[in-house]
Design a protein around this ligand. Structure first.
Ligand SMILES: CC(C)(COP(=O)(O)OP(=O)(O)OC[C@H]1O[C@@H](n2cnc3c(N)ncnc32)[C@H](O)[C@@H]1OP(=O)(O)O)[C@@H](O)C(=O)NCCC(=O)NCCS
Length: 183
């Protein structure tokens, strides 16, 4: 993939149709905290209420069309503002072409600049079996810090599923500001 075709930008309401293409795909949302979005109306509401107000969420664009996202949420407490959590996805048709590697490099440089007063540490939590996600983090310089046992749920379970889905192991990854990102 030619890197000049890949860019990050803020989402717009007019991205709704492109967003629906990848956000409705269960293969894309399987390891995300949110469920697939299946209607244009829900996609529009999601853009208006979640995506656009987000403190740092960018559309990954191919030729300026949205094919995925990166979201970086800083912790809000005075003691925790040095940390932010990163999440991401790209449309299934584009997996394995180096797009997320390119997009994460762009995002990391930009977010450390945008939050230079406070941000020191970027964190990612990845399901143990999500090997592609772990690999992409390592490719951009994240280091695995450890295995978090019984850490939580991938998606919020229904009450009846609590005992079934209780144990989710996550791998914790970190990238600190001092890391010399090779772009
Ligand atoms: C994970 C994801 C973001 C990767 O995006 P991508 O654009 O395909 O990533 P890249 O092509 O830049 O790099 C993927 C790397 O993982 C590797 N990989 C993919 N699947 C793998 C697997 N099952 N086991 C080992 N490595 C794997 C690829 O070979 C590649 O490494 P390489 O360049 O050394 O060959 C994408 O698959 C996705 O959106 N998944 C669904 C959402 C998701 O899981 N988000 C993360 C939640 S923590």
């Amino acid at each position: 993939m030619d890197s000049s075709r890949i860019s990050l930008r803020l989402f717009k309401l007019s991205d709704v149709d492109d967003l629906l293409k990848w956000a409705s795909d269960d293969r894309v949302t399987r390891y995300l905290t949110w469920n697939s979005i299946t209607t244009k109306e829900d996609a529009l509401t999601y853009l208006e209420t979640v995506v656009i107000p987000h403190p740092w969420r960018r559309s990954i664009c191919l030729d300026d069309r949205s094919i995925g996202y990166i979201s970086i949420r800083p912790e809000s407490g005075d003691d925790d503002r040095c940390r932010a959590h990163i999440g991401y996805a790209v449309a299934e048709g584009y997996w394995g072409q180096g797009i997320m590697t390119m997009a994460l490099k762009l995002a990391i440089s930009k977010v450390f600049e945008d939050m230079r007063e406070s941000l020191v540490r970027l964190e990612a939590l990845v399901e143990v079996e999500n090997k592609g996600s772990q690999r992409v983090l390592e490719k951009v310089g994240f280091q695995k810090e450890g295995l978090l046992r019984k850490y939580g749920f991938c998606k919020a379970p229904k009450a009846s599923q609590l005992s079934v889905n209780l144990v989710i192991f996550k791998c914790g990854f970190v990238l600190n500001k001092s890391f010399n990102l090779a772009i």
